[in-house]
Design a protein around this ligand. Structure first.
Ligand code: UDX
Length: 449
């Protein structure tokens, strides 16, 4: 098939690259000329393991464009994957989406079917709204909208796209549903070559194709992300209680998660969830609830607990050190999770801000995310970015683990003990070997452990 993806961001690039890998001819439209130049030169404006390799391998099948034009107007399918950033009030900003849709419709040939698949994460009801907004053009230009929500995780974008649990399609007619099925058939039947540059679990059942209405498809996306976010908040709430009653959340989470009805994933305690999806999607879901007069108390609580656990963690550090004023803190990790340079709504940055507010001096480092972190939280006389962990810990009163990069596990903590001023480790991700560190003479404290 000939498929055109509008938006060369995280989702658009991954979707386009994977659809090319499984055999389609793909156009990717990116109107940011700086990003486009990077893409055309074989580079990537974002970091995602394997993505550069897969694009290189399929280079012949991918065309990078600055606009929807030429033969791509007559694509079999147009996928819109533009950004929908959160506005100050928590609602999603749909400016880019509307302008992309307007552009596609303006160029659409009326003598053929023009199916537009919305892959951007959009508020529930957006697909219906598009039908209302463009009701005159839909008939004249033979346009229809489907909803194809995206479930990929950063750091695992390729495995999640090529080996998904499910593909959800919200459509108003069989023809559109069949079209999406055709596009995803190699993924649904796993009839493509196993890519050597993809990491993750390949031994999964074949994905399910779930065909439903556009609004239900949009709802699946939000209800899934909110559920995962609240699972993490739930275990974090239990972690805070564990500290009070003298239990260890690591054992508790294992005990709880081995119940197959609950499952072990998304029960890793720590300083909470961040990133480009959970914070934005849970806020947007609350907004949708508000608009429709439906209180979403569980989602609201998940957000509250996510803030509370960060506050709690900083209070642990403060109590442990007898105050933070003037204390030097080595902050290891800045990205919202490992294997990404993304710092959007990163709990690590939130912890850095709170430590600075309490008067601490922060020495921060990260294997990937320093550049992005500096844009959000500029270096100052009290915040220094360090090239590596050894530089960050030198002279520190305490080490704080804020993102569970494997690099921190592999540090030589014997050598580190010679560099630090204080032997405190506050592990905000429960990532390190508590027993080994205690044996080395460190005072270790995790979240609920
Ligand atoms: C998420 C969803 O998983 C994905 O399906 C959706 O399409 C986009 O949002 P992502 O934001 O890439 O993906 O990260 P994810 O791995 O889900 O982690 C989100 C946050 O939760 C991170 O900050 C992570 O550190 C935190 N988390 C996750 C925990 O604190 N504990 C866990 O057990 C799992």
């Amino acid at each position: 098939m000939k498929i055109c993806v509008i938006g060369g961001g995280y989702v658009g690039l991954t979707t386009g690259a994977c659809l090319a890998y499984v055999g389609h001819k793909v156009g990717i439209v990116e109107n940011n000329l700086e990003k486009l130049a990077v893409l055309r030169s074989g580079g990537l404006p974002i970091y995602e393991p394997g993505l550069e390799d897969i694009i290189r391998e399929c280079r012949q099948q991918i065309t990078f464009l600055d606009a929807l034009e030429g033969e791509w107007i007559e694509s079999d399918l147009i996928i819109i994957a533009v950004g929908t950033p959160a506005k100050d009030d928590g609602d999603a900003d749909l400016t880019y989406l509307f302008s992309a849709v307007r552009d596609v419709i303006a160029k659409a040939e009326p003598n053929r079917f023009n199916t537009i698949a919305i892959k951007s994460t959009v508020p529930i009801g957006t697909n219906e709204l598009l039908v209302q907004m463009f009701k005159d053009e839909i008939g004249k230009k033979n346009v229809s909208f489907v909803s194809t929500p995206e479930f990929l995780r950063e750091g695992f974008a390729l495995i999640d796209t090529l080996y998904p649990d499910r593909i959800v399609v919200g459509s108003r007619n069989d023809r559109d549903a069949d079209l999406i099925k055709e596009a995803y058939l190699p993924i649904l039947t796993r009839s493509f070559r196993r890519p050597h540059f993809v990491v993750g679990n390949f031994d999964k059942d074949l994905p399910q194709l779930i065909v439903t209405t556009p609004t239900s498809a949009e709802m699946v996306k939000y209800a899934s992300n909110a559920f995962l976010a609240l699972k993490v908040s739930y275990i974090n709430e239990m972690a805070m209680l564990c500290d009070k009653v003298g239990a260890d959340i690591e054992h508790v989470a294992f005990g709880v998660g081995t119940d197959s009805r609950i499952g072990r994933s998304f029960l890793r305690p720590g300083i909470g969830w961040g990133g480009s999806c959970f914070p934005k999607d849970t806020s947007a879901l609350l907004k949708t609830g508000e608009k429709h007069g439906q209180k979403l108390q569980i989602v609201e609580s998940a957000i509250l607990v996510n803030n509370a656990v960060k506050e709690y963690f900083v209070s642990i550090i403060k109590d442990g050190l007898g105050g933070l004023q003037g204390k030097v803190i080595a902050l290891l990790g800045l990205s919202f999770k490992p294997n990404t340079d993304d710092v959007r709504d990163s709990p690590a940055l939130d912890i850095a801000k709170r430590l600075l507010d309490e008067g601490a001096l922060v020495r921060a480092t990260d294997p990937m995310a320093i550049k992005n972190a500096m844009k959000v939280l500029p270096a100052s006389d009290r915040l220094r970015y360090c090239a590596d962990a050894y530089e960050a810990v030198t002279g520190a009163d305490a080490i704080v683990i804020a993102t569970e990069w494997p690099e921190w596990k592999n540090l030589d903590y014997g050598a580190v003990s010679e560099l630090v001023r204080g032997m405190f480790i506050f592990d905000g991700r429960n990532a390190l070997d508590k027993k080994g560190l205690v044996e080395l003479g460190y005072r270790y404290k995790g979240v609920g452990s």
